[in-house]
Design a protein around this ligand. Structure first.
Ligand code: URA
Length: 210
């Protein structure tokens, strides 16, 4: 049976080996494929890149415990999509309404850089997540890797539609892809992505999804 998530996946030898090595150093870290988080009936699906070493890979929840999640959860809370402005741990009681967060690659990649074949291997899970999320009207892709992964999961050639911050593309009759720069520390500190830019794009995606 196809699965939208396999908690024991070891399909990518490099990533599985890296998780094992990190676990030996950091025994209390999650160090497994990180499952999607949020409302299973969400109309807005947010797709990030991959777990961060000391964030999702430590806590087991996407964008939780590192810099990249700060702006994301603050924004979701501002828009009424999250019960709290911070996501601290997988058992902090935070609930998302109408939104769900997943990653293009579910396992921590060395240096935050999954290889193309790892993104492809993991795409089956994203494909299934989309197939099992009929309510997801808008997919917000954070960054170019997520953008290409979403297109691939929707049966489109990744080169078909160019990534551009704020762009919105129809994916068939029922779905829209919205692009945003990734809310990484690098992008926010260099001000490629400001708080206002991110809030605007997430608000637009949420409105389109409503
Ligand atoms: N944490 C995630 O879960 N995904 C990202 O893309 C970055 C940090």
């Amino acid at each position: 049976m196809n699965s939208a998530f396999d908690p024991g996946c070891r399909r990518c030898p490099r990533l599985a080996g890296f998780l094992d090595a990190v676990k030996r150093q950091q025994a209390h870290y999650f160090c497994k494929p990180v499952p999607p988080f949020g409302d299973p009936r969400a109309r807005l699906l947010i797709v990030g890149l991959a777990p961060g070493m000391h964030g999702a890979n430590r806590t087991g929840r996407p964008f939780t415990g590192d810099f990249a999640g700060i702006l994301l959860y603050e924004t979701l809370h501002k828009l009424g999509l999250a019960t709290a402005p911070v996501s601290v741990s997988s058992d902090d009681g935070l609930v998302l309404y109408g939104a769900r967060i997943t990653n293009a690659v579910k396992c921590l990649p060395p240096e935050n850089k999954p290889l193309p074949e790892e993104v492809r291997n993991c795409n089956e899970y994203l494909f299934e997540e989309l197939a099992q999320s009929p309510h997801a009207r808008v997919i917000l892709a954070l960054g170019t890797v997520a953008h290409a992964a979403v297109l691939r999961a929707c049966g489109r050639r990744p080169s078909q539609l160019r990534f551009a911050h704020g762009a919105a593309y129809a994916l068939g009759e029922r779905r829209t892809l919205v692009d945003s720069y990734h809310c990484s520390r690098y992008n926010t500190q260099t001000r490629r992505l400001t708080t206002a830019m991110f809030e605007n794009v997430v608000e637009r995606a949420a409105e389109l999804a409503a």
